[in-house]
Design a protein around this ligand. Structure first.
Ligand code: ADP
Ligand code: ZN
Ligand code: ZN
Length: 738
């Protein structure tokens, strides 16, 4: 047996691991991630390396391959722990070891700190003015420009002097030596959080919160490593719980990672942590430059920070003494990486914590099926946090059957109930939020008379309508002609439907010309900062109605909103996704949570063509348990996660015919590999739901099974065969449980 080994963790050697022979007595002890001692270079100096892969054959001739000397003793180095995490990720998510290492040890090259230099006068203004006259006389125009700018502005940036005033560095140096100017250089200010100096005093926790914090803190104190799920609606006080426990964690000398989905990583949220924990907080987000990223990373590594806040990439903060990982809104889709390794932050968090003896707290108002199933199985300790803080009460919820409206000849987007309620709020000068669910919009075929949606007979997911008029299942490739009559009730009101926010805005203006409306969708807020502006205007009472897509349901608190209307609750049900029910429940629950956040009681009107659907009914009743039971039963029947496991093999290429041919060939190989009767089900190849993106075509093959171990065990073989059998230029990626 041979092992691929990287000898130090710089970018270059990761890209090119070296092959070593595994001595027989070590064969069963060496796995990817194991730290080993190997002879290296001509002198054969023994150094430390890490195993990245194991294989039976080697391309080099045998006499040129050296033996591994031995296994290193377990040490506590952070790189080692991260490598063992990488090795696990490689297996779990089907990436290469290199991809996994790059993900776990992300920052390699030192980035220079960005600096800013400023030029100020070194002499009194009077002297400068004289120098200016003299320079103009002697036609020393460059210097004249410098003096003029300094007289005019008082100070200028060095970059400005070089670029705009076209001065040379030599001239500036000369002027500095003469004492005419002063140049001061400081590190560029990093992040807008530097100015937050005030500190918050933690509030007295409610008895409900205390029950949870005491229980978890007790475990921490006694060294009991455990993982937890806190199930509590938005505003119930989960963040205060996280902060209380983090505070205990860092007081005991440990460090904590706080994961927050990118979309919720706002100034407001982050500053709350800074006001509590000061400069022991480090922040990662996608807006950081590589230099800033490096900075934050090194702060963590050098022990200058105890808390790392960020989206899923913050999971890989190089903390030596990790004690806690908190994952807020753990159900969020952005926790899943789409590129290789296509990992889910929840799984990695649980794994990293286990490796390092840390604990994980997951928090959500609408837990993922994965987490709740784990809680039910006892893998997570479950805490429920009920009731909102303050005196806000739950809104009344009305479910409106839009098929009835059609029968009553109401063809508008607003049911009679909703119209009446909007009228009422406008009169009372209270605010309204109207929410249009745009997931799956216009690509599904459904009946407005009976609510039927056309689904794939094999996969039970919604079929997608294509421009050529055929409906396709993006799980298995099954396709059919678009029907002209509803297959269930015979109605001719079948087709794609749903209106854009623009059309709804027009309708609103027609009915209520006096109402002030803000429309928010991805088109209207494309301009940077305009989203915050819109929200602020609405918060100040600058509008009566806020109309928007899912982007308006997240996190914002508007105390004067007493009515929330969900215009087409079922649209997300129609998206071709095995988690469409889960997303629908989540969206309704969140949208409803926007009503009555202040002291006034709120109301929610949910409009739907499918009022019996369990996701909608249980969301309206705020009954997560029933939803979970039904949804889980569906996943079990269909073999979908978390009951079963699915491997998606994604192929992509610029050339459509080459892609199709390779996908067909690979599907045959996959069928052969997983031929084990009945245990695995190979589906496809099919065109991906987004078939053509930026001129690249995408196809997918699925393997479905209840035997996750068996599926992964064949991962390496599959990758090797795929590499040999797909055409050049066809990219293959693996994605478990997408
Ligand atoms: P969640 O994270 O569940 O959405 P938060 O922790 O953000 O909830 O709490 C919602 C609001 O209630 C915040 O403004 C928070 O400061 C406040 N709050 C939470 N717990 C308490 C408490 N024990 N006493 C006073 N205010 C609290
Ligand atoms: Zn019908
Ligand atoms: Zn299908």
């Amino acid at each position: 047996m041979y092992a691929d080994i990287i000898v130090n963790l710089s970018v270059k050697s990761i890209d090119r691991p070296y092959t070593y022979r595994i001595p027989e007595d070590l064969e069963d002890k060496i796995v990817p991630g194991t730290p080993v001692m190997v002879p290296f270079g001509n002198g054969g100096r023994v150094i430390k390396g890490f195993v990245t892969g194991i294989h039976a054959g080697a391309t080099l001739s045998d006499d040129r391959i050296k033996n591994i000397c031995g296994i290193c003793d377990k040490s506590n180095e952070i790189e080692e722990k991260m490598l063992s995490l990488a090795a696990w990720m490689k297996e779990q998510f089907g990436s290469t070891m290199n991809e996994a290492i790059k993900c776990c040890l992300p920052v390699k090259d030192k980035m220079e700190n960005k600096t800013v230099s400023t030029i100020t006068p070194g002499v009194p203004f009077e002297t400068l003015r004289n120098a200016l006259s003299e320079a103009l006389e002697k036609k020393r125009t460059a210097r004249a420009r410098l003096y003029e700018a300094l007289i005019d502005k008082g100070e200028i940036g060095r970059a400005y002097a070089l670029k705009e005033l076209k001065l040379t560095a030599a001239t500036l140096r000369d002027e500095e030596e003469k004492g005419f100017i002063k140049i001061t250089t400081v590190d560029e200010v990093r992040g807008p959080y530097k100015d937050i100096t005030e500190r918050d005093v933690p509030p007295e926790l409610t008895p409900g919160q205390k029950l949870i914090t005491e229980s978890i803190k007790n475990d921490l104190r006694e060294g009991i490593r455990s993982d937890y799920l806190i199930f509590g609606e938005t505003g119930s006080g989960k963040t205060e719980i996280y902060m209380d426990i983090i505070s205990e964690c860092i007081a005991s000398g440990k460090q904590a990672i706080m994961l927050i989905p990118e979309i919720s990583l706002t100034y407001q949220t982050v500053s709350r942590f800074i006001r509590r924990f000061g400069d022991r907080v480090s922040i990662m987000n996608s807006r950081l430059s590589p230099g800033e990223r490096f900075d934050q990373y090194m702060r963590a590594k050098n022990g200058l920070a105890d808390i790392m806040i960020g989206p899923r990439s913050a999971l890989f903060a190089p903390f030596e003494r990790l004690g806690l990982i908190v994952m807020d809104e753990e159900h969020e889709t952005s926790y899943k990486s789409e590129s290789s390794p296509a990992y889910h932050a929840r799984e990695v968090a649980l794994r990293r914590a286990a490796i390092e003896g840390a604990s994980v707290i997951l928090g959500s108002a609408t837990p993922s099926l994965e987490s709740y199933a784990m809680a039910k199985a006892g893998r997570l300790k479950l805490f429920k946090l009920t009731g909102r803080t303050g005196n806000a009460v739950h809104p009344d919820v009305y479910l409106v059957d839009m098929r009835e409206e059609l029968r009553k000849k109401n063809r508008t987007m607003f049911s009679y109930t909703l119209r009446e309620q909007i009228e009422n709020r406008l009169a009372k000068k209270e605010q309204v939020m109207l929410f249009l669910n745009r997931r799956g919009y216009s690509t599904s075929v459904s009946c407005r008379e009976c609510g039927t949606v056309i689904k794939c007979p094999h996969c039970d997911v919604t079929m997608t309508l294509h421009k050529d008029g055929r409906m396709i299942c993006h799980y298995c490739g099954y396709n059919a002609e678009r029907p002209s009559l509803c297959p269930k009730c015979g109605s001719r009101y079948i087709g794609t439907f749903g209106a854009g926010t623009q059309k709804i805005e027009e309708e609103l203006k027609k009915i209520w010309p006096q109402a002030r409306i803000i429309r928010m969708d991805s088109d209207s807020v494309r301009r940077k900062g305009s989203m915050d502006e819109c929200l602020k205007t609405f918060e100040r009472g600058g509008a009566d109605i806020l109309l928007g897509t899912q982007m308006i349901v997240k996190g914002h608190d508007f105390p004067n909103v007493t009515l929330v209307g969900i215009l087409l609750a079922d649209l997300s049900l129609y998206s071709p996704d095995l988690r469409s029910g889960e997303r629908t429940f989540e969206l309704i629950a969140q949208a409803s949570g926007r009503a009555g956040r202040g002291s006034k009681k709120g109301m929610v009107v949910i409009q739907t063509y499918d009022p019996e659907n369990y996701a909608i009914v249980s969301a309206a009743k705020r009954d997560y348990e029933s939803f979970f039971e039904e949804e889980m039963a569906y996943r079990v029947t269909m073999g979908y996660p978390p009951a079963g496991i699915m491997l998606a093999i994604n192929l992509s290429s610029e050339k459509e015919d080459v892609l199709e041919e390779s996908a067909g060939r690979l599907a045959k190989i996959v069928r052969n590999l997983y031929s084990d009767s009945g245990r695995f089900k190979v589906i496809g190849p099919a065109k991906a739901s987004l078939y053509k993106i930026k001129d690249i075509f995408h196809m997918v093959i699925y393997v479905k099974t209840y035997d996750g171990k068996g599926l992964r065990a064949l991962g390496d073989e599959l990758r090797q065969k795929a590499a040999l059998n797909v055409a050049e230029g066809v990219r293959v990626e693996y994605n478990y449980n997408n």
